[in-house]
Design a protein around this ligand. Structure first.
Ligand code: TPP
Ligand code: SF4
Length: 283
């Protein structure tokens, strides 16, 4: 049988947008893995980043703005045989979906979360997002935040995430390695991907990141939580990229074996009698 492949369709993104490299890299990584397209589900909320899921030949689900993670978790719990990957923006993940971001980490369901972090709301034309730089007197563009910026990696590590990484869409080789490791990780994995928006963010450009990103040394120990928190706080003249933190901890699926021990929940027979009894309990 011919091996199924992941392909892409024409996109509606601006030429030069950092999303193109993320799309190409993800397709390359998916093609390397053994999983066929019908067993992959790409989930998103709303925004430029979330459009990625519509450009790949795999299953897709577009949720409401900020609601990608609950949908992804539900899909994985219903069918744990699927590879579930979320592609969505920093506004979607950390703004509208901020509460889901924190509580999803605590569940440790085996899903992968790629945040295309352009530090603005791209689709709605450049408003500051939770990760935008703080405003100071020199700022003349919209990509600055009157509130203190949010540090997603520090929050993820502190909340108990078992895989926390950062990559850059201007370095496809690095991105591919991190994406591959994140998909393979058992449990929730977060990759914050620096993704320049060439149309609306004139601060965090490709040149800005190229000057600052620095891959973690070979000697870096990703199992040291305190060191990872310190690394997560480095975001200025140097921005570390790589797997900042990784640990093996029981997944939601391992903690609820009765749901997953034989066949996926979605294939289990439902007894109408049991459902009737359940409903009656609420009346
Ligand atoms: C509840 C809700 N609030 C606001 C909007 C309008 N809206 C649509 S896309 C978007 C910005 C998306 O930004 P982000 O998630 O950072 O993704 P990007 O477009 O930058 O990739 C906003 C505010 C909406 N659709 N729903
Ligand atoms: S507006 Fe920005 S994020 Fe949206 S497609 Fe254009 S460059 Fe990319």
């Amino acid at each position: 049988m011919k091996k199924a492949t992941f392909t892409s369709t024409e996109t509606a993104w601006c030429p030069g947008c950092g999303n193109h490299a993320i799309l190409e890299t993800l397709i390359g990584v998916l093609n390397q893995l053994e999983t066929p397209p019908h067993q992959v589900v790409l989930v998103g909320g709303i925004g430029q980043a979330a459009k990625l899921n519509q450009y790949v030949t795999a299953n897709g689900f577009s949720g409401l703005h900020g609601r990608a993670l609950p949908a992804a978790v539900a899909i994985k719990i219903a069918n744990d045989k699927l590879t579930v990957i979320v592609n969505t923006g920093d506004g979607d993940s950390y703004g509208e979906g901020g509460n889901h971001f924190i509580h999803n980490i605590r569940r440790n369901v085996d899903i992968t979360h790629f945040v295309h972090d352009n530090q603005i709301y791209g689709l709605t034309k450049g408003q500051p997002s939770p990760t935008s730089d703080s405003c100071d007197l020199s700022h003349k563009t919209t990509a600055c935040n009157m509130s203190a910026p949010f540090n997603p990696l520090l929050i993820a590590i502190a909340t108990g995430a078992t895989f926390v990484a950062r990559s850059f869409s201007g370095d496809k080789e690095h991105l591919a390695k991190i994406m591959h490791a994140a998909i393979k990780h058992q449990g929730y994995s977060l990759v914050d991907i620096l993704q320049p928006c060439v149309s609306f963010n004139k601060i965090n450009t490709f040149a800005y990141y190229k000057k600052r990103v620095k891959p973690l040394d070979q000697s870096y120990d990703a199992s040291n939580k305190l060191a990872a928190m310190e690394k997560a706080m480095e975001f200025g003249e140097t921005i570390p990229i790589g797997i900042l933190y990784q640990e093996q901890s029981p997944t939601y699926e391992e903690k609820r074996p009765e749901l997953f021990d034989t066949i996926p929940l979605v294939d289990k027979q439902v007894s109408p009698e049991k459902i009737k009894k359940l409903i009656q309990g609420y009346i």
